[in-house]
Write a protein that binds this ligand. Structure first.
Ligand code: 87F
Length: 470
């Protein structure tokens, strides 16, 4: 029947997977690490995409599409960036029964796919800046435990790849994109993040510096990287000979950035806001913001109730609110309440004989279960206010919870104590090598802290704050 068999506070990993499936976001697939994104998840991806795509178009960034396949010669060209990642690259070695002459890689990211053509297209300073983005999938054959949305072998993302004549332009764009990622999390997903610069050890090896927005999952005490915006410096320009002639006829090398956010955003949203009744969706990203449920009563005016539901949906939709009604006659109202709570619909409207008689509707909030009767006279205004309030209070609640997990540590002992309490640690920025060595040593002593938590992410909460907050 309905209802979850795992509790968020007791068995987070199982709870998360069950909520993704019962909320009809994910269907498990017969290849490990691959998941089916059902419409309830895809619609969230699309709503964020509409916002982000419009924003990068304002920045004169153009969409394109490069091939999925990468030749090995090109993929392995940028040495120090690939060596750490090589085990994750998926290869095509056959077509039909016959082996391919040379194996072909499936893109895990597209720097090496795009940059030979950046080199061809960029000749003079008038060809700069070149600013491209693509919405696509990438494949990384990870071996650590797969998690829907958070760690999968194939995922959807956008990857931006830009080239400038000067470092100053690149530096500026890195932070403009980082701000868009903050807006995705804080304004759409109602999730507080921390913007920062990664340590030398944690940055993208092929780049000059990495900035990221970091979220925090109180239940696991782990930081999670929400999105990244890298300045690549001139590393890839050197490797792929992306040169140009500046105004004075001198040879210059392009300064580049690359930046991405992925369907991981949806997983973080489930983890932060979900509860023991299922998903809790922020109104801004919910494909159904209001679900109207008729509550017919024996022979009471059933048609009148259905008509009132239809009128309510029409009025709300005309006002731009995403409203639907559940008229299915093979399910009881109670079953429908649990079903739409499992799917996390922010607001439910019930219409029964009493509501009909009083020309009102009963509204129930998903985030705090508050019930309120609304007169049909100012239905739209009241519902809009409630949806805005739900969005805001979900963010405020998540921020309060996240802030309660922040622990200041000034000594190594305070550090270890806070870590064992699953805190997010605010520590002074210090010499990296020493810190990393100490942290890895402490991790070995204390051993893995929880099923399915990889060492690196286990340290995430530390590196979360072991980066300079910008
Ligand atoms: O983050 C971004 C933003 C979007 C464009 N790419 C950068 C850097 C990707 C780093 N990365 C991550 N996994 C990989 C896996 C296999 C091969 C290469 C890589 C790899 O280069």
């Amino acid at each position: 029947g309905l209802g979850l068999s795992f509790k968020k506070e007791e068995n987070f990993g199982e709870w998360y997977s069950e909520v993704c499936v019962n909320g009809e976001m994910i269907e498990y697939y017969d290849i490990s690490g691959c998941y089916i994104l059902r419409p309830w998840a895809m619609s969230i991806w699309e709503i964020m995409q509409v916002f982000f795509d419009a924003e990068i178009k304002k920045m004169k960034i153009k969409n394109c599409y490069f091939p999925l396949f990468v030749s090995s010669s090109v993929l392995e060209k940028e040495k120090d960036h690939i060596e750490g990642f090589a085990p994750e690259v998926a290869w095509v070695t056959k077509s039909g029964k016959s082996d391919l002459e040379i194996p072909i890689a499936i893109r895990p990211t597209s720097e090496t796919v795009m940059y030979p053509y950046f080199s061809k297209w960029i000749r003079g300073h008038r060809d700069l800046p070149l600013k491209l983005n693509q919405w696509c999938n990438v494949v990384r054959w990870e071996f650590s435990n797969p998690t829907p949305f958070i760690r999968s072998r194939e995922f959807l993302w956008q990857e931006g790849h830009t080239a400038f004549a000067t470092k100053q332009e690149a530096d500026e764009e890195v932070l403009q994109i980082l701000e868009l990622y903050r807006r995705i999390y804080e304004e759409f997903l109602a999730i507080p993040i921390i913007k920062g610069k990664k340590s030398e050890m944690e940055k993208f090896a092929g780049g000059l510096y990495t900035t990221s927005v970091e979220a925090f999952i109180p239940n696991t005490g782990r930081g999670v990287q929400g999105a990244t915006s890298h300045c690549l410096g001139q590393n890839f320009a050197k490797m792929f000979e992306i040169n140009f002639e500046n105004e004075k006829g001198e040879k210059g090398m392009a300064w580049q950035n690359s930046w991405a956010y992925s369907t991981r955003t949806i997983g973080v949203m489930v983890m932060v806001h979900g509860d023991d009744k299922g998903l809790v969706l922020p109104p801004k990203v919910s494909s159904v913001q209001v679900i109207v449920v008729p509550v017919p009563f024996k022979d009471a005016n059933t048609q009148g109730i259905f008509d009132a539901c239809a009128a309510t949906v029409d009025t709300l939709c005309e006002a731009g609110i995403r409203a639907e009604a559940d008229y299915r006659d093979n399910y009881s109202p109670g079953w429908k309440y649990s079903h739409w709570e499992m799917k996390g619909v922010p607001l439910r409207i019930e219409i029964g004989p009493k509501d009909l008689a009083n020309n009102q509707v009963r509204a129930v909030r998903r985030d705090n279960a508050a019930k309120v009767d609304i007169s049909c006279d100012n239905l739209v205004e009241k519902v809009k206010d409630m949806l805005d309030d739900i969005q805001k209070s979900m963010f405020d609640a998540a921020k309060q919870k996240r802030d309660a997990c922040i622990q200041v540590a000034k000594t190594w002992d305070e550090f270890k104590e806070a870590l064992s309490q699953r805190k997010m640690i605010l520590a002074p920025w210090c010499d990296e090598e020493v810190l990393h060595a100490l942290l890895l040593e402490s991790r070995q002593k204390s051993g893995p802290t929880g099923a399915g938590v990889t060492r690196l992410s286990g340290l995430g909460a530390i590196f979360l704050l072991n980066f300079q907050i910008v």
